[in-house]
Design a protein around this ligand. Structure first.
Ligand code: ADP
Ligand code: MG
Length: 669
């Protein structure tokens, strides 16, 4: 069914979300709800979000300056309590306030000041059926309430209907709602229970789809094989390992054994190498590439950013220099001529190893004998890698690398037959990054910078955004300006919007200590290896996932000396999540905690970095569901004569072939 609006602009803007019809609109789920259940005043604690009904009892005072506009007034709740209310930068407030009407007020409570920081104000009481207001990830050109109304109109349209597709047996066995009902309730739940039931159904559907799709891909992969004309000479690998200036860790040795063993098999390798930052994955990758070279095949190492590709290139080239192996670098900043030249050489077999960004799999790159592809930080690539590889020649062993470790209990369930090698030990024993959570005013921030400078060591300052509308420290540009005033030309700026050239120059200067402070967005999260960096300060830390923060702090203390990490955020925010990092440095536990901590309000559409991404599922708390779904998929596969089962199977297979899942669950395709 077409989208139920005549507004061309709205249609265009919605299309830009990848939504083209009413069905697509309804399948696009809220990522959280704004809940308007009225607070019980006797239970309100400091920093709680409160929803209160009451009257405004003083004329609003307005303070305005260039940066900020504050409206403040007194409010008496129905429970007869008096509060001071402050609204920051919400100019609409002045227009609706009056002393006659009752209002619903939403905000955050500060116990000490008996004050509420306003987030919204509405006339009258909110009716029961509107107390869960769905929030969608929308671009700024789509108005929230316009969008919400369109969703409502669509659901209420007589002829709109979403078909069921799970086998009926399952629906009754697990007491699920119909797909249609579940979607109604997920967009506009009437109450908590309604939401719970809808979510349970949608989760189970998604889980089944995932497991079945996984199974189909797995069956297909089992048919892929390669010819091994040339044996890998393991003596040469051992010699290479002996020639290194350090000893491999036991885990590295084990991983290399597993990888080379896989490569020698007729079956194609499909292996994940996981290990916390600094456990030495790159070296394992280099040895795999060398093994691949020894069987006279071309190899590829792909990284998510130019900077990381460059760094890998330098590593690979210098480690393999003595064998006269030809390594080429392919990044976005190559000139047309350079690119052409490389393509020619690859085609002629004059290049043995290509290191680069996703460009290495562009259509014009034709390999004569691609044998191994290593993909670093694999979760950053939302593409159908395996199919692409198969299209590039088919007989390609695949090694994925990830720094976000999968809790062991999960990997089997989620990854099925993807083999996993794990690097658990660090080369230089345990790396220690002392971590501290502070507020913006803390003297510790400049304290750490000064300490690093005194020791001639580098320090990162990381912010989530490039620019911000307010003069706050969530944006690199603001932080850069502020600290440039203090530290002058010791400080540099790095973010994703800069030209590749500029970025390289800055990074080089930072590595060479021509600048000592680097203000950057989280692009530094990805594997940047600056040996002597000592400190990292992360602003607006609460807007990062714990696993990301752990990655970020992995940038410092890489030479075996102690590193320091300061996590900065607003005192008024809940900082307990961050405090977990002060005492825990175990990547596995952090990944688990990260997933567990997501509150019931924001279970959807979150990027669970390092994991396949789901709409509704949380792979930690919904772990049991995966096990059930896996069993049910097994039953379905055994009984494809059943019409219902066959229909479902065909649907999923179809979606798989249509690449509808592109960008999702990328690991498995
Ligand atoms: P990862 O990619 O797993 O985060 P890297 O591969 O970047 O880690 O390795 C971190 C650092 O440790 C690199 O500088 C690397 O040269 C070094 N390294 C790797 N393996 C060893 C080892 N066995 N002994 C000493 N240093 C090592
Ligand atoms: Mg790495």
């Amino acid at each position: 069914m077409k989208l139920l609006t005549n507004s061309k602009t709205l249609i265009e803007n919605i299309n830009s979300l990848g939504i083209n019809d009413s069905e697509g609109l309804i399948e696009y789920l809220p990522y959280r709800y704004e809940v308007f259940n009225y607070s019980k005043e006797e239970n309100i604690k400091d920093k709680d979000r409160v929803v209160l009904m009451g009257r405004i009892v003083s004329n609003p005072k307005i303070i305005r300056n260039t940066k900020i506009n504050i409206v403040s007034f007194h409010f008496i709740s129905r429970g007869n309590k008096l509060y001071m209310v402050k609204a920051f930068n919400q100019s609409y407030i002045g227009g609706i306030i009056n002393l006659e009407d009752e209002f619903t007020l939403v905000g955050r409570f500060n116990y000490e000041k008996n004050e509420i920081t306003l987030s919204s104000l509405k006339k009258g009481e909110i009716p029961q059926e509107e107390r869960y207001r769905p929030m969608y990830h929308l671009p700024s050109n789509i108005n929230d309430s316009t969008y919400r109304n369109l969703v409502k109109r669509t659901l209420n349209n007589e002829s709109f209907h979403m078909e069921d597709y799970l086998p009926r047996k399952l629906v009754s066995k697990y007491h699920l709602l119909s797909h249609d009902e579940a979607l109604h309730s997920i967009h506009f739940p009437k109450n908590e229970e309604d939401l719970h039931n809808a979510l349970r159904t949608l989760k189970f559907e998604e889980c089944m789809d995932f497991c079945l799709k996984n199974r189909i891909v797995r069956n297909r992969n089992a048919l892929l094989s390669k010819k091994n004309d040339i044996e890998i000479n393991t003596t040469k690998i051992n010699e290479f390992i002996k020639s290194l200036p350090f000893k491999l860790t036991e885990d590295q040795t084990q991983a290399i054994r597993e990888i080379v063993f896989d490569m020698k098999k007729e079956k194609l390798m499909y292996r994940l190498l996981q290990g916390d930052v600094g456990t030495g994955k790159t070296l394992v990758a280099v040895i795999a590439l060398y093994a691949n070279y020894l069987r006279l095949k071309q190899g590829v190492l792909m990284a998510p950013t130019d900077a990381l590709a460059r760094q890998h290139y330098e590593n690979v080239a210098s480690l393999l220099e003595k064998y006269n192996i030809h390594v080429a670098l392919v990044v976005g900043s190559l000139s047309k001529g350079e690119r052409k030249e490389i393509i020619k050489k690859i085609r002629a077999g004059e290049v043995d190893i290509v290191v680069g960004t996703h460009a290495v799999f562009s259509d014009d790159f034709e390999y004569v004998s691609l044998g191994l592809a290593v993909i670093d930080e694999q979760h950053r690539f939302g593409v159908n890698q395996r199919n692409k590889l198969v299209n590039k020649g088919g007989e390609v062993d695949l090694l994925l690398m990830s720094a976000t470790p999968i809790p062991r209990t999960l990997s089997l369930s989620i990854y099925g037959d993807l083999e996993v090698s794990t690097l658990a030990k660090y080369p230089n024993n345990a790396r220690k990054v002392r971590t501290l959570v502070v507020s913006y005013e803390s003297k510790k921030i400049t304290g750490l910078i000064d300490y690093c400078l005194k020791n001639e060591r580098q320090v990162f300052m990381v912010c989530p955004k490039i620019t911000s509308n307010y003069n706050d420290e969530s944006a690199v540009k603001n932080v850069y300006e502020k600290y440039h005033d203090i530290y002058g030309d010791k400080i540099g700026l790095l973010h994703g919007k800069m030209k590749a050239e500029e970025k390289n120059i800055i990074l080089e200067e930072f590595k060479k200590k021509e600048i000592l402070i680097l203000v950057a967005t989280s692009i530094v999260e990805l594997g940047i290896d600056v040996k002597e960096a000592m400190g990292i300060i992360i602003f607006s830390a609460n807007s990062f996932g714990l696993a990301s923060l752990h990655q970020l702090r992995g940038r410092v203390g890489r030479d075996g000396n102690e590193g320091y990490c300061i996590l900065v955020d607003d005192e008024n925010d809940d900082l307990s999540r961050l405090k977990f990092l002060e005492s825990c440095s175990d990547g596995f536990r952090i990944a688990e905690e990260d997933l567990r901590l997501r509150g019931p309000g924001d279970f959807m559409g979150i990027e669970q970095s390092g994991f396949p991404s789901f709409n509704t599922l949380n792979i930690v708390s919904d772990f049991k569901m995966f096990e059930i779904a896996r069993d049910e998929v097994q039953h379905i596969m055994f009984d494809l004569d059943d019409e219902d089962n066959k229909k479902y199977y065909n649907k999923i297979q179809n979606e798989l072939d249509m690449n509808e899942f592109e960008n999702k669950n990328a690991l498995f395709d």
